[in-house]
Structures are given as structure tokens and as C-alpha cells.
Design a binder for this molecule. Structure first.
Ligand code: BDR
Ligand code: CA
Length: 321
């Protein structure tokens, strides 16, 4: 497989960091840049974390700072009880070497990079979708120039689960529902990797310990960064392990055959008690639905080969691909 050019739009975030290590070590991914966004922590914290992660795992790859708040709403509070006070599970963050901070805002970095590589760039977006919506607003013509947009976000109820922040909404979509509805309506190929598959994919405590023992410095980092996150899962969901959210979006890029998908346009509710809910009209559904019918199809992940996903991550971290 030839290398896939990727811009990683991220709000690190413990699972964002685990997904960055995955991309850094997989030989089929060429990271062109990281773009930060508010979400798991403030934009100052997520940008600092993105620079730390890029500097450590993909030296030479730049970071561009993105949105501090959603398009139309106030910035949310940092999720310290999930991702730690520093957004990275309270691990020590060394001061150097940090990745260079690109002078452009994230959405301009995305536009310029897509235009420099037409048809080649995959956007992996694992935070609120504000930077992508700003890129579309600034330069709508980039949409058909993007190879694909792979998003961790949303939930479509296959296990009866529609959200992890409210009964109806997943965190990244609720982070900026207006942006998400714009992104799902743009003429670029979108794949959505939501809670339907990310909450089925669990890294157990034994699995993480094995990465620690067999994965060298990267495995040790994945272990260290996930201690606080694992405690959160045990406390909140009585889970002896962690859900695999953002690394599932990376897996979809590398091995889409591991996912069972459904095609059809997706809308996001932007107000009311179910704000942030994602609703797909399956393309097989015959009844008219004007609020969906004028929009492009998205690919929604409904099921996943869990052992296949976990094996791909493990082999990447342990260098046994
Ligand atoms: C998503 O929300 C964030 O807290 C995680 O980093 C992940 O991207 C899961 O709902
Ligand atoms: Ca994230």
C-alpha cells in the first residue's frame, strides 16, 4: 500500500495521543501536520499537547493552532476528570523538543495543504469539527479536492447507544453541532466512526500491560498516558479497560475492511434537548426526507472486527507488522 497523506485534526486528549502514536508508527501513514481544536481541554492546552506529541513521535511535522470555541456557542469546560488536568492523563510533559507552530490558523493550514496535494489528503478528525467547517467556509472548493474525511464522532443507536455526554449526543459532535452538520453536508467523502463501533472496541488492562511490556518506548507511553483514563472508565462504566475512540478512526483509514458500514446522508440536530444527535437516512430507505435527500451520502460504521482492530494497533506499536 502506498503511504496515505494525513492531516490529523485533534484535541489531545488521552485517546487522541494514543491515536497519534499509532499514526506515527504505522508505515502506511505520512502525517503532513496536526491541527488542534478545543474539546477535551482548552485550545491552549490541546495545542501544547499536540506540539509535545508531534515533537516526540513525528519530529519535523508541524502543528497549526485551531478554533478556541464552537462556531456559534461558548467554549465548553475542559474534561479534566476524563483526560487529566493537563489533557494527557497528568503525565509529565517535557518542555522540549516541541513541534514548530505553523503561523497559519488550522483551517488555512488545511486549505493550503489540500490544495498542494489535490485528491491525496485524508483528514482524520477526532475532536469537534470546527476547523473543518471553517476551512469549508473560507474555501468551499476544497471539498472535492480532499481524498476522504474520517471522523470519530456521533452515535447511531446500533446498541441502543446514542450518546456519551447526553442520552442523545456524543462528545465531539456535541462540541460543535453546527460545524458537524456543515461537514456532513459538504461534497467530500465522509466516513463516520462513532460510538457504535468505538464502545465495542475495548483495550483491556491486560492488553495495555502487554503493550507496556512489549512495545518499547511507545508502548510504555501508551501505558503511562492511559492510567488516568483507565481509572475514569472503571469508575464511570465499571469497565476493566478503555474504549477505543480516536484510534478507531485511524484504523478505518488503514483497514476499512474491518468495519461494516451503511451509506446515506447524515444530519445533526443543532438545538433542542437532543442537540448533537446524529441521524442517518439509510440510502435504502424509500420514503422522501427533504432535510436529508439533498445532501451527499456519508459512510457510517455499524460494526467492527474487534480482534482485527486490536491486533493492528498492537502490531503497529510493537513493530511486528
Ligand atoms: C471522543 O470525545 C473525546 O473525549 C475523545 O477524545 C474522543 O474523541 C469520544 O466521544
Ligand atoms: Ca478526541
Amino acid at each position: 500500500m502506498s503511504k496515505q497523506k494525513v492531516i490529523y485534526d485533534t484535541d489531545p486528549g488521552v485517546d487522541d495521543a494514543m491515536a497519534l502514536v499509532f499514526q506515527a508508527l504505522h508505515p502506511d501513514i505520512e502525517l503532513l501536520g496536526l491541527t488542534s481544536v478545543f474539546g477535551n481541554a482548552t485550545i491552549e492546552t490541546t495545542t501544547r499537547n499536540a506540539r509535545f506529541l508531534a515533537g516526540r513521535f513525528v519530529p519535523g511535522v508541524p502543528v497549526a493552532q485551531g478554533a478556541a470555541a464552537p462556531l456559534k456557542r461558548a467554549a465548553p469546560e475542559p474534561l479534566a476528570w476524563i483526560h487529566g488536568d493537563n489533557g494527557l492523563g497528568n503525565i509529565a510533559i517535557e518542555a522540549a523538543p516541541e513541534a514548530a507552530l505553523d503561523a497559519r490558523p488550522a483551517h488555512r493550514f488545511i486549505i493550503d495543504t489540500v490544495r498542494a496535494h489535490p485528491g491525496e489528503v485524508t483528514l482524520i478528525a477526532v475532536g469537534p469539527l470546527t476547523n473543518l467547517a471553517l476551512a469549508l467556509a473560507d474555501d468551499p472548493q476544497i471539498a472535492p479536492l480532499v481524498k476522504q474525511v474520517v471522523i470519530m464522532g456521533g452515535a447511531f443507536g446500533t446498541d441502543g447507544v446514542l450518546g456519551n455526554v447526553t442520552p442523545a449526543a456524543e462528545a465531539n459532535i456535541l462540541g460543535d453541532p453546527d460545524a458537524a452538520d456543515i461537514v456532513f453536508g459538504a461534497p467530500w467523502p465522509v466516513a463516520i466512526v462513532g460510538l457504535d463501533v468505538t464502545q465495542r472496541t475495548i483495550m483491556s488492562q491486560d492488553y495495555l500491560a502487554s503493550l507496556r511490556d512489549r512495545g518499547g518506548a511507545a508502548g510504555r507511553f501508551v501505558w503511562d498516558v492511559s492510567r488516568h483514563y483507565e481509572a475514569f472508565h472503571e469508575q464511570s462504566a465499571q469497565l476493566k479497560g478503555i474504549y477505543v475512540h480516536d484510534s478507531s478512526a485511524v484504523t478505518y483509514v488503514l483497514a476499512p475492511h474491518l468495519y461494516t458500514t451503511r451509506s446515506g446522508p447524515v444530519r445533526v440536530l443543532t438545538d433542542g434537548i437532543a442537540v448533537g444527535q446524529t441521524i442517518q437516512k439509510p440510502s435504502t430507505m424509500p420514503v422522501p426526507a427533504p432535510d436529508w435527500d439533498s445532501r451527499p451520502d456519508s459512510t457510517v460504521c455499524l460494526d467492527v472486527d474487534v480482534p482485527g482492530m486490536l491486533a493492528l494497533y498492537e502490531r503497529t506499536i510493537c513493530g511486528t507488522l
